[in-house]
Design a protein around this ligand. Structure first.
Ligand SMILES: CC(=O)SCCNC(=O)CCNC(=O)[C@H](O)C(C)(C)COP(=O)(O)OP(=O)(O)OC[C@H]1O[C@@H](n2cnc3c(N)ncnc32)[C@H](O)[C@@H]1OP(=O)(O)O
Length: 198
C-alpha cells in the first residue's frame, strides 16, 4: 500500500493498516523537507511509476486537496477500515475511503470515493455520503441523511434524520443541524444557522 500525504491524518491511516496487517512501503508528499513518517520513507512528489500495481490512499484530511490530488493519480485506490469500526455488511465503501477507530456505519449506507468517517463517528442507516465527504470525529448522522460531495461535517456535530446537506458545505464543529442545508453553506450552532455561502 502507498499513501499520499505525510500528515497527522496519515499517521491514523498507518495505524489502521498496521492493525489490519497491511504494510505501507512509501508515502508521497510534495514537501521535500519530509523524509520519514512513523519509520515509513517519504519519497517526494507523486510518481506513477513507483510500485505501479500497489493500491494508494490519499492521506489528506482537507477535502479540496484530496479531490485535487485524486484527479492525477494513476494507481488504483485502496481503502482502510479499522478492526474496531462497526461497519454493517450492507454498506458500500467507495475507493480511497477510510473508516477510523470506533466509528459505526449502519446498514444501507453508501459511502462515495475518498470519504473519511473519522474516529468515533456514527453514520446511521441508509445515509448517502458523496465523494470526498469528511465526517469528523464524534459526529452523529441520524438515519437517511444525505451529504453532498466535498462537505465537512465538523467534529461532534449532530444531523437529524432524513435531512440533505448539500455539496461543498462546512458544518462547524458542535453544530446541531435540524433543517436541510443548501450547497455551499457554512452553518454553525444549535440549532445550526447559515452564516456564509459560497
Ligand atoms: C482528527 C481531526 O482533527 S478532523 C478535523 C475536523 N475539523 C473540524 O471539525 C473543524 C471544523 N471547523 C470549525 O468548526 C471552525 O471553528 C470554523 C471553520 C467553523 C470557523 O473557523 P474560523 O473561520 O477560523 O473562525 P474563527 O475561529 O475565527 O471564529 C469566528 C467566530 O466564530 C465562532 N466559532 C468558530 N467556530 C465555531 C463553532 N464550531 N461553533 C460556533 N461558533 C464558532 C468563534 O467563536 C468566533 O466568534 P466571535 O466572532 O463571536 O468571536
Amino acid at each position: 500500500m502507498l499513501l499520499y500525504g505525510a500528515s497527522g491524518h496519515a499517521k491514523v491511516i498507518l495505524s489502521i493498516l498496521e492493525a489490519n496487517g497491511q504494510r505501507v512501503t512509501a508515502i508521497f508528499d510534495d514537501d521535500p523537507e519530509k523524509k520519514l513518517l512513523e519509520r515509513i520513507p517519504v519519497i517526494g512528489t507523486y510518481d506513477p511509476k513507483h510500485e505501479p500495481t500497489a493500491p494508494l490512499i490519499i492521506s489528506i484530511g482537507y477535502n479540496a486537496v484530496r479531490r485535487q490530488i485524486a484527479r492525477h493519480i494513476q494507481h488504483v485506490f485502496g481503502t482502510a477500515i479499522h478492526p474496531t469500526a462497526l461497519v454493517d455488511t450492507n454498506v458500500t465503501v467507495g475507493e480511497g475511503s477510510v473508516i477510523m477507530q470506533g466509528a459505526i456505519v449502519q446498514v444501507g449506507t453508501s459511502m462515495g470515493k475518498h470519504v473519511i468517517v473519522n474516529t468515533g463517528a456514527t453514520v446511521d442507516h441508509d445515509c448517502k455520503l458523496g465523494d470526498f465527504v469528511h465526517v469528523a470525529p464524534g459526529v452523529t448522522l441520524c438515519g437517511s441523511v444525505q451529504v453532498g460531495e466535498n462537505t465537512l461535517i465538523g467534529a461532534g456535530s449532530v444531523v437529524a434524520p432524513n435531512l440533505t446537506i448539500g455539496a461543498d458545505c462546512l458544518i462547524a464543529a458542535g453544530s446541531v443541524v435540524t433543517v436541510c442545508v443548501p450547497n455551499g453553506a457554512t452553518v454553525r450552532g444549535n440549532p445550526a444557522r447559515i452564516i456564509a455561502t459560497s
